[in-house]
Design a protein around this ligand. Structure first.
Ligand code: SAH
Length: 261
């Protein structure tokens, strides 16, 4: 592990939300909880209601021009962001944003601001979304987690935080496991097995017990190719299909027959 990172400052994520407990709760468990305890990650959830300017702590109002639902007002959001020493970029979670994927997670995990701090900030919308002036004048970009509409940005923020945190040095304990996963090599991960070897007559591929590391690596590569071919042909096409050697491997292990070629 890189000692400068282990001994250095954590990766910061500021989250602006009207439900800070949702962020806090999820981020105190499991991998994220441990990453925070071990100071690899610092997640701060800021309650937008604290920055409201009326005694009812309102953060939303009816839309100009009419129509259903409520819109998040600019004032509490601007005040919250301006009163916090936030780390930029600040991304708005929005179904209209750039769609999040593993490549984007890798990009976010590398972010460093002008003061040398690693991290980024997230703004969670609610209701019908946020006043457009927030998008235009306060945030630096927009991220979506997929083409569907959630009730708020909190789940999206958690998805992003978890995907990024797993990439930070030290967080998984075993730095190799992130590198070997699905998407890191534009292929899905190979099939994985644990004990027992024979479960109700369903046996684990013999090669995995052989102790022959070269053979095991070859089998894993072939399994990854086959799973990708089977489940995510679009990913194979993106990387330019299968090479001749890869086709040979699939045939050698019986995943394809010569006639499929
Ligand atoms: N009226 C809006 C949807 C608002 S959903 C529209 O039609 O586009 C309320 C909030 O949930 C949004 O402001 C955003 O912060 C969050 N949200 C909803 N779907 C999302 C998605 N797919 N990705 C990221 N955030 C999302």
């Amino acid at each position: 592990m890189d000692e400068s990172i282990r001994g250095g400052s954590p990766f910061y994520v500021n989250v602006f939300t009207i439900f800070p407990q949702m962020i806090e709760g999820y981020c105190s468990q499991s991998i994220l909880g441990k990453a925070r305890e071990n100071h690899y990650l610092q997640v701060n959830a800021h309650d937008l209601r604290e920055f409201s300017v009326d005694r009812h702590h309102s953060v939303d109002d009816t839309p100009f021009g009419g129509g259903p639902g409520m819109v998040m007002m600019p004032e509490p959001v601007f005040r919250a962001v301006e009163s916090t020493d936030i780390i930029r970029p600040l991304f708005l979670l929005s179904p209209g944003g750039e769609v999040f994927d593993q490549r984007k997670a890798e990009e976010l995990a590398e972010l460093i601001d002008s003061r040398g701090r690693r991290g980024f900030s997230l703004l969670c919308g609610r209701y019908e979304g946020v006043d457009a002036r927030i998008e235009e004048y306060l945030t630096d970009g927009e991220i979506s987690i997929g083409d569907y509409i959630l009730a708020g940005g909190e789940l999206a923020a958690l998805v992003i935080i978890e995907a990024v945190a797993r990439l930070l040095p030290g967080v998984l304990g075993n730095d190799e496991s992130a590198a070997e996963e699905s998407f890191s090599d534009t292929l899905l991960e190979c099939a994985q097995f644990t004990k027992p070897f024979d479960f109700r007559g369903m046996a684990v591929p013999e090669v995995l017990r052989s102790g022959n590391h070269a053979k095991i690596a070859e089998w894993r590569k072939t399994s990854a190719l086959f799973r990708t071919l089977n489940k995510r042909q679009d990913m194979l096409e993106k990387r330019g299909g299968l090479s001749r050697d890869e086709l040979q491997l699939l045939i050698k292990y019986g995943y394809l027959s010569d006639s499929d070629n």
